[in-house]
Structures are given as C-alpha cells and as structure tokens.
Design a binder for this molecule. Structure first.
Ligand SMILES: NC(=O)c1ccc[n+]([C@@H]2O[C@H](COP(=O)([O-])OP(=O)(O)OC[C@H]3O[C@@H](n4cnc5c(N)ncnc54)[C@H](OP(=O)(O)O)[C@@H]3O)[C@@H](O)[C@H]2O)c1
Length: 257
C-alpha cells in the first residue's frame, strides 16, 4: 500500500473517502464533491488511473485530493489503510464504497474458486471496510456511508445470481448497519443502480433503461444531502423491482431472465 497526499496539511473536515475510486460511478460522485470543494481521499488499485482522476478533481475545485493505492481484496491491509486515511482527515464525514466486478455468470457457476472470487470482489471487501468504518463513525457519533449494491440483489435470476447474491448480502448488511447506527447519528445509504453505462457493462448492448454514471452520481449526492436510506437509481428501478419481486416463484422460475 502506498499513500500520497497533495500537502502535509490535514484534509478539511468536509471530506469524502471513495473506495473503488477508479469506478466510473465513483469518479462521477467524486467530481460532484470536488465541485463543492470537498477534500477527497481516493482508494483504488491502479495508481496511474488514480493520478489522472486526482488531476481532474483538483481542476474541478477539490480542496485537497489524496491517493491510496490498494487492492481492496487484501483484507489484512484494511486496518493500516483506514488508519492512514483517518490520520489525514481526522474523522470520517462521507464515505462511498463503490468497488466491484461483474464476472460472466456462465463461467463462474461451474467453478467455485471463481464464485468465491466474486464474493470477495462484490461483498466481502465491502463488508470488511464498512465494518471498520461503521465502528469508527459510531465512536465519533457522526458520518454518512453510502454503499453501492445493485438491483441484481433484489431477486436471484439465472443470468446473474452469483453477483446478485453478493449484492443481496451487501443490501442486507447495510440495512442492519443502518438500523444499528441510527441511534449514533450515523447514516447508512444503500445505493441500488439499475443498468449503468460503465466499463463494467461495456460488453452489454444498451437500451432505453440505461443510465449514465453522472445520472447515478446526482442521485447519490442527493442521498447524502437528504439522508436517504435506500436509493434506486434511476428512480424507475424501484417500480421495476417491485414488479419483479412480486412475480410468484412458480412463474418466476420458468422465466428466462
Ligand atoms: N454498471 C452497472 O450497470 C452497475 C449496476 C449496479 C451496480 N453497479 C455497481 O456499481 C459499482 C461501481 O461499478 P461501475 O459500474 O462504476 O463499474 P467500473 O467502472 O467497472 O468500476 C468498478 C471498479 O471497481 C474497482 N475494483 C474492483 N475490484 C477491486 C479491488 N479488489 N480493489 C480495488 N478496486 C477494485 C475497479 O478497479 P480497476 O479500475 O483497478 O479495475 C473498477 O474501478 C460496483 O459496485 C458495481 O457492482 C454497477
């Protein structure tokens, strides 16, 4: 793990820590925060991409940007990573957890090692980070943490039930955390995007239901500002998933979804 800050000064209290900061959605959220003068701590595994993102965020108006190069599947490095970030920012203000992968269901369903990798990529690293951050926020009696789950976690489908199961784990974890921490003035936001045009979905043909990362970022900013709990983004996915969740199982199991 390497850590680099723009200056030795502590980051301003108005800060946002972004995990999986090279993600297209995370970059759009970081850009919105930069425009509002936030200090940003970016965590990702690709230093070159992080440097490019940092330059862009400084141009947009971020008061400070630090970079932390870390593969987030290195669970044994999480405490050191988080201590380094906390040493910069003093205490957590806003946190976004965005990293994830979308492996091909047909490849991973026949190979448990790949299934386990998917669970690490999409659930366990998020849960590990959120556990430590939530405990720190609970102690400081403040903080907002937004966790990107997915509509895929709302119901298992044959085309992506392993990724979906990971996101279901994240959704349930975030719900419990929100319930536990509301008494401590800590706010937990579950973000459930539908189809978003990002590198993760570059191979999938696009249609009318697709959103851009910037649209999702605006919803995430609004969720931070208005202390929302569960955010479907774009909004219409709430109704699509309501219908999907209510299809009786004896019909649902026969559908090619
Ligand atoms: N796009 C969609 O349709 C969609 C829908 C619902 C939910 N989501 C969720 O939205 C989040 C952001 O994804 P995105 O759409 O913005 O896709 P993306 O641009 O492909 O971003 C995924 C990011 O996760 C990072 N990452 C993966 N594993 C990592 C690890 N072990 N350590 C550090 N970074 C890691 C990748 O880093 P590298 O750049 O180094 O590869 C990449 O930047 C994900 O949680 C995804 O599951 C996306």
């Amino acid at each position: 793990m390497t850590t680099e800050t723009t200056t030795s000064a502590k980051l301003h209290q108005k800060s946002c820590v972004v995990f999986g900061a090279t993600s297209a959605i995370a970059q759009a959220v970081a850009s919105e925060h930069a425009k509002h003068g936030y200090a940003l701590a970016l965590v990702g595994r690709n230093q070159e991409k992080l440097e490019q993102i940092k330059s862009h965020l400084v141009t947009l108006g971020a008061s400070q940007v630090s970079i932390h190069v870390q593969d987030l599947n290195a669970f044994d490095k999480h405490e050191e990573l988080l201590q380094g970030i906390l040493a910069e920012i003093g205490q957590y203000d806003r946190v976004l957890i965005a990293q994830g992968t979308l492996p091909e269901q047909r490849d991973i369903e026949k190979n448990y090692a790949l299934t386990e990798q998917c669970i690490k990529d999409n659930a366990l690293n998020t849960i590990s980070l959120a556990t430590s951050i939530a405990n720190a926020m609970e102690a400081q009696k403040a903080g907002k943490i937004a966790i990107i789950s997915s509509v895929a976690g709302d119901r298992g489908r044959q085309s992506n039930y392993i990724y979906g199961a990971c996101k279901a784990m994240v959704t349930t974890f975030a719900a419990g955390l929100r319930n536990r921490l509301q008494a401590s003035n800590v706010h937990v936001i579950t973000i459930k995007p539908g189809f978003v045009d990002t590198p993760m979905t570059a191979h999938i043909p696009k249609g009318a239901l697709w959103a851009q990362p910037e649209d999702v970022a605006k919803d995430i900013m609004s969720a931070f500002e208005k202390d929302k709990n569960i955010v479907y983004t774009p909004w219409f996915w709430r109704y699509i998933m309501l219908i999907i969740q209510h299809v009786p199982e004896f019909i649902f199991k026969k559908l090619k979804l």
